[in-house]
Ligand binder design. Sequence first.
Ligand SMILES: [Zn+2]
Length: 51
Amino acid sequence: MPTIQEYPRLLVVCDRCRSPLVARELPNGTLRPIGSGKTCPCGCGEFSIYE
Ligand SMILES: [Zn+2]
């Protein structure tokens, strides 16, 4: 089973506060921010891929 370090890194934005975060995209589509647990510092756990 791969570790999270093996998943691709990408830039995402928090859906609530719009803060940009570096995250990893898991195979099931979950976006997991790096270095701040499972959520944005604002407490929101939903992210969109930054484009
Ligand atoms: Zn946020």
